[in-house]
Structures are given as structure tokens and as C-alpha cells.
Ligand binder design. Structure first.
Ligand code: FES
Length: 491
């Protein structure tokens, strides 16, 4: 019998990205009913997801060895308490179903017995004969051994390990895995959640539980009022899902305009040499004061040089908002950037305090389900890296392509990351282009894009010097790409 699962769950069950399933929905290969997918349709599309129906012990062995087993093992388990609560809820549901089944069975047996008695009293009545036959055949069919829907079994198993949260009013969904709290899980899924301290003291991550259960993961100081408690409010940073399914009502940012300016003091965790002229600056924020930003945005950094005053510079954040405590920046040797000069002179040691002010900028991912194309020149890779990591968290884009132009010999200072994305993700492709002339390099990228990307409906994200961005923008517009599908950041 077919069973309905959400697109998130369906993607988990067959081991593909959610964006790939959404593309199947748009192509008409998979039909959604109230946002749900039937396991029958899923198996038709992905027959490899069916486990061999060959006996329990063999199936257990297969679970250990096959792709689904791998997906299960890759998932982190929640704490014992959470696991126990979810198992208890599932066992309770199972016990209810068993009880109902027993009662229905007793009812049918009673009806069958009574019908037989009536028929023996009135053998000439054809409707009694027909009724008795119908009951006997129906009972035989219900008791017959029929193969179960294995996707349903897998779904039940995943429900214990990973809870699914639905957000109202947006309808967004995310999964809660391992020991993560609700806030961390939502941010890892790329949602633009409202929050502040991340440790239970500001109250900004407040959400209302509409259905399901939550359980506390850490102590919190923020005093929820009695009314708020009665209305089901909880703090997402201090709770996780105790039930397999949870519906929360909460505020999400619509765009950069909803992200407030923040100021905090972070500390240098490390400065790493990536190339002779590029360093990776890794800042870490305090646990109780994180930076809320959107992928692709920039911040201003300030450092106090004893005896020489303050130096400031603005850089795009090169990391994902889902890891809001660890902020990464690519800093290049630049005579006009005094902070960069101090960094290259090794004046800024690990542990140094750096003021972070921001975020600013609107080079952020647009809502939508189109394939994503990124083009970066030199350090334009920083905001693009952040956008790619955010897109990976959202798991929504059917495919991603990256073109990275380097205008100097050591310009592809993070190419290992591109290779890692490409090896780990089917729908990710990249091309590294080298040319010391920005315009010629941009033309080379436009040529490569024209080969297979101009004709399909993509969103294009361009980041780098003005000449690079303008040249590519003009090429895209000339090829008929709507202006609303081109997003630019000039460095
Ligand atoms: S983010 Fe401050 S209380 Fe949760």
C-alpha cells in the first residue's frame, strides 16, 4: 500500500538532493499531493531504492551493506533521551494501531459467526450467503502475507533518527539531526531565522510550537512569561525536537533589509597562508554573541594596533551563515588596505581582538528553484563561496556551476575546495580559468557559459572587479537572460 511522505523525507529515502526531486516535480515525473509524495510513485522513479524482498535476516544484512544502510550510518543519532522519547511515541502509536486491529478483528470474526448462524437459519436468503462470502474472502485477504512497503519501513526508521520540522507561515521545512538544537538545525538548512545570542539569554529565537513535542537541550536564562508558556512558546537555541514531526510558528528574514546591523568583538583563531598574496583570516565570535548575516554579505573589521590607532577594512564573509561563530575572510596583499598590510606583516596574532560591524550588502541568494551559475574573479570567490555553501545547505538548487577567473598565477587559492564540492556532489561543476587580462578572462567564461548554460533558465551570480562583472552582465543580457536573474557584487 502506498504511503505519503514529504519531499524532504523522500529525498532522504532515495538518497538524492531535494532540488533534484523538486525538478522531477516540475517536469511532471513526480506528482505532489498537498506537498506530499507517494512512496509508490517514488519507487517507480527510483526503483533502486527498493530493498530486496528476500527474508528478514537477509534484509538486515542488506541494510548493513547497501546504500540505505550507508545513509543511516552517516547520520548522527540524537541523545539517548531524545531517541527514547521518539521511540516511545512511535511504540505508543504502534500499540494504538495494534489495539484497533485486535478490536476490528474481533468485530469481523463476530460478524462472520453471526452471519453464518443467520444463513443456517435462513438458507434461502441469497444476500446472507453473499455477505458471508464477502466477509470470509475479505478476512482471508486481510490476513494474507503481502510484501510491505519498504520505503514506509525506512521512513519510520528515519523518523526516529531525524525529526522533521515544518515552519509556519512560510511552509519551509528542515531536519533535526544528532544533538543539534532547533536553531542550529534551521540555520544548517539555510533558513533565515531570527536569533541573537544563541545561548538562551536574548529571547530572539522564540518560536511557537503548533504541534509535536520539544525537549530542553541546555539551561536558559531568558524568562518566558506564563502566557508565552501557555501559548506554547519555546526557545529554539535551547530545545530540540522530541517528536518525529514538529510544526513551529516563527519569524524568518525576508532579505538583507531584515538583518539588523550588529557590532561584536571576535578573536583571531588563525591566519593561514593560502598563496603568496592571499591569507585566510579566521575569526571566532563569542558563544554568546554571534553574527547574524546572509550568505554573500560583507562586514567591516576593525583592529587596534597598540600605539598606532585603529585600522579598518571591509571584506565579504567567505563562510556560511550556518556556522555563525566561525567567520572566514580572504585577505589579499594590498598597499591601500592597512589591515591587510598588518596581516601580511604578521602583526595580528592569534587571539587578537577584532571588531566586527555589519552585515552590509544585498548580494544574497534569491528565492527560487533555478539552476545556479556563479562566476568569480580573484577574491570575488569569497562571497561566491559563501553563496555556494548556503545553497548546499538549502539543498534546493537542481544544479550548480562555478567559473573562477584568476588574473595572477596563484589566484586559484582555494581550488581544493572546488574539487571537493565537485567530487562530493553530483550536480556541481566548476571550471578554473586563468588570464592576466580581466576582460579577456570574462570573455573566456562567457564563451564557456554559452556552450551549455545560456539556453537554460538559470540564476547568475557575478562577483569581482567592475570590468569583469560588467562584461559578463552584458554578455548575459545580450543572450536574453532577464535582468532579474543576474546578481552582481563589485569588489
Ligand atoms: S538566540 Fe538568544 S535566546 Fe535563543
Amino acid at each position: 500500500m502506498s504511503h505519503q511522505v514529504s519531499v524532504w523525507r523522500a529525498a532522504q529515502l532515495v538518497g538524492v538532493a531535494r532540488g533534484v526531486l523538486q525538478q522531477q516535480v516540475r517536469a511532471g515525473a513526480l506528482v505532489l499531493s498537498d506537498g506530499m509524495v507517494s512512496t509508490e510513485a517514488l519507487l517507480r522513479l527510483y526503483p533502486g531504492a527498493r530493498l530486496e524482498e528476500s527474508g528478514l535476516l537477509e534484509r538486515v544484512a542488506q541494510i548493513r551493506d547497501e546504500a540505505f544502510g550507508r545513509r543511516v550510518r552517516e547520520r548522527l543519532l540524537p541523545s539517548q533521551e531524545v531517541l527514547a522519547q521518539r521511540l516511545f511515541a512511535q511504540s505508543q502509536e504502534l500499540a494504538d494501531v495494534r489495539l484497533h486491529l485486535q478490536r476490528y478483528h474481533a468485530l469481523v470474526i463476530g460478524l462472520q459467526k453471526r452471519t453464518r448462524e443467520l444463513f443456517s437459519e435462513h438458507p434461502a436468503d441469497p444476500s446472507l450467503k453473499e455477505l458471508e462470502q464477502q466477509l470470509t474472502q475479505g478476512l482471508a485477504k486481510a490476513l494474507a502475507t503481502e510484501s510491505v512497503d519498504f520505503l514506509e519501513v525506512m521512513d519510520d526508521m528515519l523518523k526516529v533518527m531525524t525529526a522533521q520540522v515544518t515552519v509556519r507561515p512560510s511552509g519551509n521545512q528542515f531536519l533535526v539531526e544528532g544533538h543539534a538544537n532547533l536553531l542550529q538545525s534551521g540555520l544548517h538548512s539555510g533558513l533565515k531565522l531570527n536569533y541573537g545570542c544563541g545561548n538562551g539569554s536574548c529571547g530572539m529565537c522564540k518560536a511557537r510550537v503548533i504541534s509535536g513535542e520539544v525537549t530542553r537541550t541546555q539551561h536558559f536564562d531568558y524568562p518566558l512569561s506564563e502566557t508565552e508558556k501557555a501559548q506554547g512558546y519555546t526557545l529554539m537555541c535551547c530545545h530540540t525536537a522530541a517528536s518525529s514531526e514538529l510544526t513551529l510558528e516563527l519569524l524568518e528574514a525576508g532579505g538583507p533589509q531584515d538583518i539588523p546591523e550588529q557590532q561584536l568583538v571576535a578573536h583571531v583563531r588563525a591566519v593561514t597562508v593560502l598563496a603568496p598574496d592571499t591569507r585566510l583570516l579566521h575569526l571566532q565570535t563569542p558563544r554568546s554573541h554571534r553574527l547574524r548575516f546572509l550568505a554573500g554579505q560583507s562586514v567591516s573589521l576593525g583592529w587596534h594596533m597598540p600605539g598606532q590607532g585603529d585600522v579598518h577594512a571591509t571584506y565579504p564573509v567567505a563562510s556560511c551563515p550556518c556556522d555563525d561563530r566561525n567567520l572566514l575572510f580572504f585577505v589579499t596583499r594590498d598597499g591601500s588596505d592597512s589591515l591587510a598590510q598588518h596581516l601580511f606583516a604578521d602583526d595580528i596574532p592569534a587571539g587578537a581582538a577584532v571588531t566586527v560591524l555589519g552585515p552590509t550588502g544585498d548580494f544574497v541568494l534569491a528565492d527560487g528553484h533555478r539552476p545556479l551559475v556563479f562566476a568569480a574573479c580573484d577574491e570575488g570567490f569569497a562571497p561566491v563561496k559563501s553563496l555556494i555553501e548556503h545553497a548546499l545547505s538549502l539543498d534546493d538548487a537542481p544544479s550548480m556551476s562555478l567559473f573562477w577567473l584568476a588574473t595572477r598565477s596563484d589566484g586559484h587559492f582555494f581550488s581544493n575546495q572546488c574539487r571537493a564540492w565537485s567530487e562530493a556532489l553530483d550536480p556541481f561543476e566548476y571550471e578554473l580559468v586563468s588570464h592576466d587580462d580581466v576582460m579577456a578572462g570574462a570573455q573566456q567564461i562567457a564563451h564557456a557559459m554559452r556552450a551549455d548554460l545560456f539556453d537554460i533558465d538559470c540564476d547568475f551570480y557575478l562577483a569581482g572587479p567592475q570590468d569583469f562583472v560588467r562584461a559578463l552582465h552584458d554578455e548575459l543580457r545580450a543572450a536574453g537572460v532577464p535582468a532579474t536573474q543576474i546578481f552582481s557584487s563589485i569588489s
